[in-house]
Design a protein around this ligand. Structure first.
Ligand code: PEP
Ligand code: MN
Length: 339
């Protein structure tokens, strides 16, 4: 349920409504808007009983039932686009934001080199995994804290804030210390205890869609994070499993406008993991921006043939430059800039 206050409602009237919602056993979420304040209600399992207790209070304009299973992430709850800021980067506004870097941090030279290059090419955030959730227990699982230290150094050198994956609650305090944004990978999208833990973090979260999740599953996963008090979530479409195995995954670009309609959260696309091959990454990057994505997360490697992980899908620096030039033109055609 959403309580829309009258345009002239006072802060005291808003607080009185919040207090009544709490007294009824639910949680109020006051959202001041340019003309009026809306107060969302969560914690109810079905329709709110005794809604008249709220309706009769001074300053209340209208009560609106929220029909979607997710509340805090829904457009019904919060009409305006959410802008998530990471350092001085705004994601979700008019500017398209590109996140780039290696799949995994392999060494200081590799990470600093790639960071410097992607920063010069116009990327606004550096990606790179220090903890890698791998399908096989025998694969490389990341440099852990050493990787985080390298990322922090790369941030100093390049000026780019860092987004890196957190794979469990145990390592979260350490990752939070080094990272500017926490990534929840596809394999952990439905790790509800981890979602709750990052929901209690003050760091913004990049939540990747599981390759076996519906859009509704993704939005409900984001709801876990917002419900713990962290409103700064960016969603990422990174390809799903379908019957077609001609690409590593099937990039579900249709999900972008659907999510935009259902939710106020920013949406970015990962053409690298979706494609699995560098040849398809640039066309899919262009298409993602044309479909309305707020940004991209792209893997770049200085020497993909020797990459420890995901070399087949990594763009070499020169190809990343070409991608940026093309994406800039697609964005401009839609009256958007590249941040
Ligand atoms: C990644 O971005 O490094 C990654 C592992 O991606 P995903 O979780 O989408 O597979
Ligand atoms: Mn990867």
């Amino acid at each position: 349920m959403l309580v829309v206050m009258e345009a002239g409602a006072t802060p005291e009237q808003v607080e009185r409504v919040c207090a009544e919602i709490r007294a009824m056993g639910y949680a109020p979420h006051a959202m001041p808007g340019p003309t009026r304040t809306a107060i969302g209600i969560t914690g109810n399992r079905g329709p709110i009983e005794q809604a008249a207790r709220i309706e009769r209070l001074a300053g209340v304009g209208q009560l609106i039932r929220i029909t979607s299973p997710y509340k805090l992430v829904s457009r019904e709850f919060h009409e305006a686009d959410t802008i998530v800021t990471i350092g001085d980067v705004a994601l979700g506004g008019n500017a398209v934001v590109v996140i780039a870097g290696p799949c995994t941090v392999e060494s200081r030279e590799q990470t600093l080199g790639v960071a410097e290059h992607v920063a010069a090419a116009g990327a606004k955030l550096l990606r790179g995994g220090a903890y890698k959730p791998r399908t096989s227990p025998y694969s490389f699982h990341g440099l852990a804290e050493e990787g985080l230290r390298i990322l922090a150094e790369a941030r100093e050198h390049s000026g780019l804030p860092v987004v890196t994956e957190v794979i469990d609650s145990e390592s979260l305090p350490l990752v939070e210390e080094y990272a500017d944004m926490l990534q929840i990978g596809a394999r952990n999208m439905q790790n509800y205890s981890l979602l709750r833990a990052v929901g209690r973090s003050r760091r913004p979260v990049l939540l990747k869609r599981s390759f076996a999740a519906t859009v509704k599953d993704l939005l409900l996963a984001a709801e876990y994070i917002l419900n713990e008090g962290n409103p700064n979530v960016v969603l990422c479409e990174r390809g799903i499993r379908t019957f077609d195995d001609s690409a590593r995954f099937t990039l579900d670009l249709g999900a972008v406008p659907i999510i935009k309609q259902l939710s106020h959260l920013p949406v970015i696309v990962d053409p690298s993991h979706a494609s699995g091959r560098w040849q398809q990454v640039v066309p899919m990057a262009r298409a993602a921006i044309a479909a309305g994505a707020d940004g991209l997360i792209v893997e770049v490697h200085n020497d993909p043939a020797f990459a420890v992980c995901d070399g087949e899908q990594a763009l070499v620096p020169e190809r990343f430059n070409a991608m940026m030039a093309e994406v800039r033109r697609v964005a401009a055609a839609l009256d958007r800039d590249l941040a």
